[in-house]
Design a protein around this ligand. Sequence first.
Ligand code: CUA
Length: 338
Amino acid sequence: MWRLFAIVFAFAPCIASAAPPMTYLVSHGPAANPITALGWGLLGLSIFVAAFISLSVLIGIWWKRGRGDYDEVGWPVLSRGRNGMPWLTIGVPVSIVLLLLSAIWTFFVLGATAAPSKSPQITLLITGHQWWWEVRYEREGAPQLTFDTANEIHIPVGVPVRLRLMSADVIHSFWIPQLAGKTDTIPGQVNLAWLQADKPGVYRGQCTEFCGLQHAHMAMYVIAQKPHAFNAWWTAQLRDASGPTASLALQGQSVFQARCAICHSVRGLAGSQGVLGPDLTHLMSRRTIAAGTLANNTGNLAAWISNSQSLKPGNDMPNEDLNGPQLQALLAYLQTLR
Ligand code: CUA
């Protein structure tokens, strides 16, 4: 047992720095750092209290063994004046002090993460859907600088980003543990939050409020970039889709307009303003499809379009009954959405 503890503690820094897909053991921004410190602090305190109590019980059992001192067994501790009361008068105040200190620390963390130290220049509108995240970039007073994307949030490093969190259906919860605490998205209400990444990287998040069958397949990624890289991405996202020129992709565009456009938008494509599914204007710039469920590549796109219900049962996308040539053409068109 002790050997196991020793191994865990010896390797704890390695476990924490190995950067698993989604971790809350390390953090990389001022909206999350105080929470991570509190988490480690409370974990340490809990381990100490559990170990202390376990040790006390073991010592108590060992101490009394074979001394024939069992005359008061059966009486509650409180009425055992001779042995019980001293421990009670020590234990209760110690517990109260530890719990109070934990509460005070928690209040300080709430205060420290309530608002960023400088006013955010970027505001994102994030809407939870069953089961994906709609992300809208806006600039106040400049509607031409608005665009929608999904499930992947690009931000510049080192600056706070304000989040306006909403829901289109049920309660979801938005959580990027390395960058900020979690905030629910509630139908009919706008919840404010913020996050900031202090170093470039890809930070995974996850819906953390049970929201139906595919709750587990409702991931999102924050991609924190150096300012010039973020600006390049932002400028590219602002552009409408450039129509295809190759004949196969042009056929695919017709398939898209007939079969997909009722639910999905592609900016710049006539008749494609659907709002039920993610905006696909720059689909190929994303790493994953279906809210982090599959890597974004041609094979997975084909599988998703043909039979999304087997990959993510219950999602709103029907299985498209396309024939081979239609599917090939549609895939060729989607490849142009860069
Ligand atoms: Cu959305 Cu769980």
